[in-house]
Design a protein around this ligand. Structure first.
Ligand code: ADP
Length: 334
C-alpha cells in the first residue's frame, strides 16, 4: 500500500467521517464549484423543489463524496451512498430507486462503471422519475411501470468523458473538481489538525501540503503519519523539520514522489540518459509490471511535468534532472 495513493484505504475510511466538512462554507477551495453549487441549491430551496441531478468529475480524494453529503445536508435531505460496481443488475438499481424517499440524495460513485442495463434504467429514472420493472423472461416478460418520488442523483466519476453522452446530458449541473493549490491544502491540514487535536506550526503544515499531490485525502493521511512521528520522536508539536523527517522515513519526497515514482525517474535518467525509452524496457529496468509504471507511477510524473509520453517513448524533462539533483548529458542541455 502506498502512502501517496489517492484511493481511500481502511484507515482513511475509518477516520474520514470525522474530518469531512459539513456545509459549503466549511468546504475548502474549489471556489467556482462552490459558488455554482450554492446557487443551484439556493434556487431549488426557494422553489421548494428537489435539486437538479449533479455530476462531479475529478480524481479520487478531491472531495466528491464530501460534496454529495453537503448537498444532502444543505437540502435537509437524507442521503444514500452506493457505487457503479456495486450495481451488477438493473434489479439492484430498481430496488434502490424504489426505496428512495422524496427529495433524497442518491450518491452514485464511479458511475461510469455501472452495467449497461442499469445505466439505461437510470436514464428513465433521472428524466421521468419512473422505472420499468421487467417481470418474467422471454416472450412472456412484461414491463411494469413504477413511479418514483423526485430525488437528486449525485454521480461521481474520475472523468466526465468516460460517460455515455445520453447519461451525461441528463445531469442539470456538472462540476469539475481540480487538484488543490498548496495554500488550500495547508488550510485542509490546519483544519484536520484542529479536529484531531494535533499541534502544528504553519511551516509544518506547508511542508506536508507540498508533498500531498494536490489531494486532501493524501494531505490528511500524511498528517496522521507525521503526527505519529512527532509523538514518538518529539513532544508532539509538528514543525517543518519534524514533518520533513517523518516523511523522509516514509520515503515521500519534497514534491510528493514516493519510492516507486523516484525509481521510475531514476531508471529513466541514469540508465537511459533521460530517454526516449519504451515503456516495457523502462518497466523491466525498474522491476515493475508495465501496468504499474503506466497506470500507477506515470500519471503523477506527467502531471508534475517530470516525464513526457512521446511517440518514441518516455522522455524525462529538464525538471526531472533538477528534481533528482542530476546533470543532464551535454546533448540535452542545448
Ligand atoms: P472523493 O469522494 O473525491 O474520493 P472524499 O470526499 O472522500 O473524496 O474526500 C476525502 C477526504 O478529504 C475526506 O476526509 C475529506 O474530509 C477531505 N476533503 C476533501 N475535500 C475537502 C475540502 N475541500 N475541504 C476539506 N476537506 C476535504
Amino acid at each position: 500500500e502506498r502512502l501517496v495513493d489517492s484511493v481511500a484505504d481502511r484507515e482513511d475510511q475509518a477516520v474520514e467521517a470525522a474530518l469531512r466538512p459539513k456545509d459549503l462554507g466549511e468546504f475548502i477551495g474549489q471556489e467556482k464549484v462552490r459558488e455554482q453549487l450554492d446557487l443551484v441549491l439556493r434556487a431549488a430551496r426557494a422553489r421548494g423543489a428537489t435539486a437538479d441531478h449533479v455530476l462531479l468529475s475529478g480524481a479520487p480524494g478531491l472531495g466528491k463524496t464530501t460534496l454529495s453529503m453537503i448537498i444532502a445536508a444543505e437540502m435537509g435531505a437524507p442521503i444514500r451512498i452506493t457505487s457503479g460496481p456495486a450495481i451488477q443488475h438493473a434489479g439492484d438499481l430498481a430496488a434502490i430507486l424504489s426505496s428512495l424517499q422524496e427529495g433524497e440524495v442518491l450518491f452514485l460513485d464511479e458511475i461510469h462503471r455501472m452495467s449497461r442495463p442499469a445505466e439505461e434504467m437510470l436514464y428513465m429514472a433521472m428524466e421521468d422519475f419512473r422505472v420499468d420493472v421487467i417481470v418474467g423472461k422471454g416472450p412472456g416478460a412484461t414491463a411494469i411501470p413504477l413511479e418514483l418520488p423526485p430525488f437528486t442523483l449525485v454521480g461521481a466519476t474520475t472523468r466526465a468523458g468516460l460517460l455515455p453522452p445520453p447519461l451525461r446530458d441528463r445531469f442539470g449541473f456538472t462540476a469539475h473538481m481540480e487538484f488543490y493549490e498548496p495554500a488550500e491544502l495547508e488550510r485542509v491540514i490546519h483544519r484536520s489538525a484542529d479536529l484531531l487535536e494535533v499541534e502544528i506550526e504553519p511551516d509544518g503544515a506547508a511542508e506536508i501540503a507540498g508533498r500531498s499531490r494536490g489531494t486532501p485525502r493524501i494531505a490528511n493521511r500524511l498528517l496522521r503519519r507525521v503526527r505519529d512521528y512527532a509523538q514518538v520522536k518529539a513532544d508532539g508539536l509538528i514543525t517543518r523539520d519534524i514533518a520533513a523527517a517523518a516523511l523522509a522515513v516514509y520515503e515521500v519526497d519534497a514534491r510528493g514522489l514516493d519510492r516507486l515514482d523516484r525509481g521510475v525517474l531514476e531508471a529513466l535518467l541514469k540508465l537511459f540518459g533521460g530517454g526516449p525509452v519504451g515503456l516495457s524496457t523502462l518497466a523491466v529496468a525498474v522491476g515493475e509490471e508495465r501496468e504499474t509504471v503506466e497506470e500507477v507511477a506515470e500519471p503523477f510524473l506527467v502531471r508534475e511535468g517530470l516525464l513526457a509520453r512521446t511517440p518514441r517513448g518516455r522522455v524525462a524533462t529538464p525538471a526531472a534532472w533538477a528534481h533528482l539533483g542530476l546533470t543532464p548529458p551535454r546533448s540535452q542541455t542545448a
